[in-house]
Design a protein around this ligand. Structure first.
Ligand code: M6R
Length: 606
């Protein structure tokens, strides 16, 4: 959730660190801070966004070594003292930390008994004090860190610098850290894309790793003192940061990027001749696919909604029982894992802690998990070791848009692949493959002619609550629309399968209540039509997402047409008006669209 950036080399560190923080800010943005080594430590911390920190930094801030942090509060409120970095008792060690130290209360009490005075309420501060204590016992910095880590319970991505030693130390356990090797300079970041302007040569740390860094050396070891070779990866260009260009916000830019990012996802993966999918990273033979007992798909938030759509497609096309699970619930619900089944861990960031622990639980029980991930080299991608990248390119707005469409596209290709190894005919396969090929073009068509989005915004923006309804494959789309509007515009939203409306949510309806219906021209359309009438009869105002020229197209008070689309592929079209309504409602309400309150782009705590 928080972001770490570190630098040591010949240049002035401050501008590099601030720029690194700016790129990492989407990971957490309640406060930030920076520590520079220049004979002593200069430390600056500030609540608010990175620009607030920038505003308090002196014009000339010297130092060639430094660490920086952008925070998403877990322990202790959003205050300047709780922001990182944290300095040790005698000012010899300064640290930044991501993750949670679960036994911090015990450690804090022990340290207090030894007379240590704490400057913050954070769990992280104990680390700087213990590290200094171990250093004072004649340990080398790396040994002192090892001894410190052995006392901690919890998760960490940790970076430390020392007043009396010219090294920077990093440790990882559950929170990502990537080291960048430049020419006579070394970088540390929570995220590969923040490194890519400096170097393409990186080391992805694994859980349990410790890295001892100098300006020209990266030495890897583990908590037990074993050393091992440094494994350098060369980053792909894809991870360079995208600029806003003509757009005012990343969310809108990413909505408009969907045609191109979908092309990146499906290119080379559609076999139009055989009517089949070609997802290389799955490494499953047709025989293995034909024998699958069931499929389970795991994700959180938007990724879970994509998982639900994937589950419905796999079940209806391939006739394999398939279920989507909310990853944050999975591990603690004592799941039964069938080692012959197929599991998917779906995640844009590849760092979501809930999804990561669910997949580890499955692996522990002998199950096999494939990743459906955007960020190359991320923890989930590496832990799975197999799967598919969705190739959305960097998604910077906290609200996920283009990653959703690409997750759905990747899972659609997979469904066709399993279905073709079972009973799906070549003709039917070709029909869906051709439909999928058309989707980027249909999205462009819709974005050029969006319909009465602003009328819909006027209806929802001051509403007490908004109800989203859809049936079949549109039920998860309704959930996705509700999540989006809620997270960026802070409007309470409910989403239900349309048939469930009459079993409870209908009680909410009164004169003028906005209800958004997602009704493509599929086999459940007529049932949705009845639900529209039932809502209308209670005074609700209907915003209807429908297919162009369809006979349902005037059933709403506000009717938004999407191009005609293959039934199995409608979510990639019906979600677009919902994304746009959310974006424009957030703008109309003066919300921070790209950085909604309390949220973070990658949620690395459980
Ligand atoms: O990085 P992931 O796809 O694993 O993230 C999962 C959720 O945290 C994420 O989809 C979240 O719900 C988004 N803010 C939704 O827009």
């Amino acid at each position: 959730m928080c972001g770490i950036f570190g630098y040591m080399g010949p240049k002035q560190a401050a501008p590099i660190l601030v720029e690194g923080l700016r790129r990492l800010e989407y990971r957490g943005y309640d406060s930030s801070g920076i520590a520079l080594k220049n004979g002593d430590f200069s430390i600056y911390k500030k609540t608010g966004k990175v620009v607030e920190l920038q505003s308090i930094l002196p014009e000339k801030l010297h130092g060639n070594v430094g660490i920086a942090h952008t925070r998403w509060a877990t322990h202790g409120g959003v205050t300047d003292p709780n922001a990182h970095p944290h300095l040790s008792e005698n000012g010899k060690v300064v640290i930044v930390h991501n993750g949670i130290i679960e036994n911090s209360r015990t450690l804090r009490n022990l340290l207090k008994k030894k007379g240590v005075v704490f400057n913050s309420e954070t769990d992280s501060e104990v680390i700087s004090h213990i590290l200094e204590y171990e250093l004072n016992r004649d340990n080398s910095p790396t040994d002192a860190l090892r001894r410190t880590l052995s006392k901690l319970v919890g998760t960490w991505g940790l970076c430390a610098i020392f007043l009396d030693h010219d090294v920077m130390l990093c440790a990882r356990n559950g929170s990502p850290l990537i080291i960048g090797q430049g020419d006579g300079e070394t970088f540390v970041s929570s995220d590969p894309h923040a490194l890519s302007t400096h170097t393409q040569r990186v080391v992805f740390m694994d859980d349990g790793d410790i890295a001892t860094l100098t300006t020209d050396q990266i030495t890897m070891s583990n908590i037990h003192g074993d050393s091992f070779d440094t494994d350098i990866t060369v980053l792909e260009e894809e991870w360079e940061e995208a600029e806003l260009g003509e757009f005012e916000h990343y969310m809108l830019k990413e909505i408009y990027e969907q045609p191109d990012s979908l092309r990146q996802c499906i290119n080379g993966r559609l076999d139009r001749v055989r009517g089949n999918g070609r997802l290389g990273g799955l490494n499953l033979t047709p025989l293995e696919l034909s024998k699958l007992p069931h499929v389970r798909l795991l994700g959180c938030g938007t990724a879970y909604h994509a998982a639900e759509i994937g589950g419905l497609l796999i079940e209806s096309l391939a006739r394999v029982p398939s279920v989507a699970h909310i990853a944050s619930e999975f591990r603690t619900n004592e799941p039964v894992v069938n080692p012959n089944a197929l599991h998917f861990a779906i995640s844009q960031s590849g760092e979501t802690a809930d999804t990561l622990s669910a997949l580890k639980e499955i692996q522990l029980k002998g199950g096999s998990v494939h990743g459906v991930v955007n960020v190359v080299g991320s923890s989930i991608a590496r832990q799975c070791g197999k799967g598919v990248y969705i190739h959305s390119g960097p998604e910077q707005a906290v609200a996920s848009t283009k990653a959703f469409s690409n997750m759905v596209a990747a899972l659609t290709i997979f469904s066709i692949q399993v279905a073709r190894s079972r009973s799906l005919s070549k003709e039917k396969g070709k029909e869906i493959i051709n439909g999928l090929q058309q989707i980027p073009h249909l999205i462009e068509e819709y974005l050029a002619n969006q319909g009465p989005i602003m009328e819909a915004v006027d209806l929802v923006k001051d509403a007490k609550s908004v109800l989203f309804l859809g049936r079949g494959i549109s039920a998860p789309v309704a959930k996705e629309g509700a999540l989006k509007l809620m997270e960026v515009a802070y409007i309470p939203c409910l989403a239900y399968p349309a048939g469930e409306m009459k079993h409870g949510p209908i009680a909410l309806l009164e004169e003028g209540s906005p209800v958004i219906f997602i009704v493509p021209n599929d086999h459940v359309k007529e049932k949705s039509r009845s639900a529209i009438h039932e809502c209308r009869a209670r005074g609700a105002k209907i915003i209807l997402i429908h297919e162009q020229g369809d006979d349902i197209s005037d059933e709403g008070d506000i009717n938004i047409a999407i191009p005609k689309v293959n039934n199995y592929l409608s979510p990639m079209l019906t979600v677009l008006p919902l994304q746009l309504i959310s974006y424009h409602a957030a703008l109309a309400l003066g919300c921070d669209v790209d950085r909604p309150r309390n949220l973070a782009k990658s949620v690395t705590v459980e």
